[in-house]
Ligand binder design. Structure first.
Ligand code: ADP
Ligand code: MG
Length: 350
């Protein structure tokens, strides 16, 4: 769907985007993840034809964005970092204006606008002046603008910046919904933001692509032994000994006992193993229902910091991997000790 080759942007002697090569396939949600100043917006501005690259090319569905801008741009909807909305227009006036700009035929305009407003749930705001809308709603108007011509690709630059948690969840859901029919690329400097919605992540640091993989693989690839946090209802000792029988479990720690008969546990799992299904059935068969289960994703956070921080060379990545493994081994020992401690504590309680 999108091919990016040797894409480079220099501002004077400063290289903002440095020889990016990447491919975006149809029908997935992609994330550009990187700290502020990494080059995300510059890249998006080049993909959408707002900015000419110093070197390299962007091909959208076979059309070069510079050589055939009309054909290429037709396929893209873009929500830039600062939504290009006009505060003194009403929502409907503004969307009509954009529809004209995008060359949507007059006969189709009304329906296109109604559809876009419906998609981002702003239909009841159509007569409001944009300047009187909340930040979240302004963002939705920007999104509606990007969706107007029903493009194949939707590109969103930091779509959740400055929104409150409720608005963030709403926009996230919206993006996930869009991902069902469109190819979506969004950027963020926040890892959790990207991993919550994206199928595939491009990690960008100092203008360079430092990692590119599916969200799942990135987690697996770099995670040492992973951890699961579970809340289970049942007698603590029985729960612990049962969990230990599940293949792949390295250790179990009780982190909290609650009055309602549930306990929270941290399970250390062998590298690259996913025990969730087996764990579920083991506990279900023993009539110990799981109330909550979460994979601990701190390691992904670490990967991100490492990839975008100072340690960027292969050797340093290897070093990090070793460190994580070493840390995990240490934690496992600590966990075993902690576990013994908790049993003793338990006994003294009896
Ligand atoms: P991001 O979106 O990841 O935060 P940007 O693409 O906005 O990063 O910026 C990448 C780098 O390019 C930064 O170092 C920024 O200061 C620089 N930069 C961006 N736009 C310009 C510009 N118009 N002139 C000079 N430098 C710029
Ligand atoms: Mg930016």
């Amino acid at each position: 769907m999108i091919e990016i080759r040797h894409l480079t942007k220099k501002y004077g002697s400063h290289v903002a985007v440095d020889n990016l090569d990447l491919t975006v396939e149809k029908g997935k949600i992609y994330g550009f993840l990187g700290p502020n100043g990494a080059g995300k917006s510059t890249t998006m501005n080049m993909i959408t034809g707002y900015l000419a690259p110093t070197e390299g090319e962007v091909i959208i569905d076979g059309h070069d964005i510079l050589k055939e801008p009309e054909e290429a741009k037709k396929r893209i909807g873009y929500l830039p970092e600062i939504p290009p909305v006009y505060p003194d227009m009403t929502v409907k006036e503004y969307l009509t204006f954009v529809a004209e700009l995008k060359g949507i035929k007059k006969a189709e305009r009304k329906e296109a606008i109604a559809n876009a407003m419906e998609l981002v749930k702003i239909t009841d705001m159509e007569k409001r002046l944009i300047k009187n809308l909340s930040k979240g709603y302004k963002q939705r108007v920007g999104l509606a603008q990007a969706l107007l011509a029903m493009p194949d690709v939707i590109i969103l630059d930091e779509p959740t910046v400055g929104l409150d948690p409720k608005q963030i969840i709403e926009i996230r859901d919206l993006i996930k919904g869009l991902g069902k029919k469109h190819t979506v690329i969004l950027s963020s400097h926040i890892l959790s933001e990207i991993s919550a919605v994206c199928d595939y992540i491009f990690v960008i640091s100092k203008g360079k692509l430092v990692a590119s993989d599916s969200t799942e693989n990135l987690e697996k690839q770099f995670a040492g032994s992973n951890q699961l946090e579970v809340t289970v209802k049942g007698e603590e000792k029985e729960v612990v000994s049962l969990i230990k029988t599940v293949q792949g479990v390295n250790g179990v720690t009780v982190t909290e006992r609650r009055k309602d008969g549930t306990c929270a546990l941290r399970i250390s799992v062998k590298k690259k193993m996913d025990i969730r299904e087996e764990l579920f059935y083991a506990l279900a068969n023993a009539k110990m229902p799981i109330f909550e289960m979460n994979s601990n994703s701190t390691s992904l956070e670490e990967i991100f910091l490492t990839l975008t921080g100072q340690q960027q060379t292969e050797t340093e990545k290897m070093k990090l991997q070793k460190n994580i493994e070493a840390m995990d081994e240490k934690t496992e020992v600590e966990q075993e000790v902690a576990e013994e401690g908790s049993v003793k504590e338990n006994e003294s309680n009896l």
